[in-house]
Ligand binder design. Structure first.
Ligand SMILES: [Zn+2]
Length: 144
C-alpha cells in the first residue's frame, strides 16, 4: 500500500501496535488494516485501508519514530533502546557491531517486545543490519 501523503510503499502493521503506540485513540475507530510509512520525509506514521479511519502522525505517537529521524539519536531497537548513534559508535571504535548478536540472543530468549514497542511492529534486526550496512557504505567499506 502506498502512503497517501508520500506515496511510500508501506507494510501492514498490526492493530495491537497501533493501539499500543498511539497516544490517544479516537472513540469509535473502525476495525481496519493499518500500514506503517517509514519515509523520513513524511509526517504520517500509520494510515488505514478504510479511509474513514484516522491517520496517525508523528506527534500522535508516544515515541519518536526512529525511521523518520535518521539522526544519531534515532532509535533502531525500541525494546533495548539502541540508537543509530550507538551502532555507529561501535563500528567506528571496534570496526564491528555486536548489537545484532546481542539482540538476536534476546529475541531467542523471548525478551523482545517489538509488537508493542516498535512503531513498525516488526523486529528491529532488519533496521540494525541496514544501519550497519549504511555506515559501512558511507565509510567506503562496502560498495554502494
Ligand atoms: Zn508517508
Amino acid at each position: 500500500m502506498a502512503c497517501p501523503s508520500s506515496g511510500t510503499p508501506s507494510k501492514q502493521v498490526g492493530l495491537v501496535t497501533v493501539k499500543s503506540l498511539v497516544r490517544q485513540l479516537p472513540f469509535g475507530m473502525p476495525r481496519t488494516q493499518y500500514f506503517f510509512c517509514d519515509s523520513p520525509a513524511c509526517d504520517i506514521v500509520y494510515f488505514p485501508l478504510d479511509t474513514s479511519a484516522p491517520v496517525f502522525r508523528c506527534r500522535d505517537l508516544l515515541v519518536p519514530v526512529g525511521a523518520k529521524q535518521p539522526s544519531a539519536s534515532g532509535l533502531l531497537c525500541y525494546c533495548f533502546g539502541v540508537t543509530r548513534g550507538q551502532v555507529e559508535e561501535e563500528l567506528r571504535k571496534d570496526g564491528k557491531c555486536t548489537v545484532l548478536e546481542r539482540i538476536r540472543a534476546e529475541v531467542k530468549a523471548g525478551n523482545c517486545a517489538c509488537e508493542w514497542k516498535n512503531p513498525s511492529g516488526k523486529c528491529c534486526l532488519g533496521s540494525i543490519a541496514r544501519a550497519i550496512h549504511d555506515f559501512n557504505r558511507k565509510s567506503g567499506l562496502v560498495p554502494g
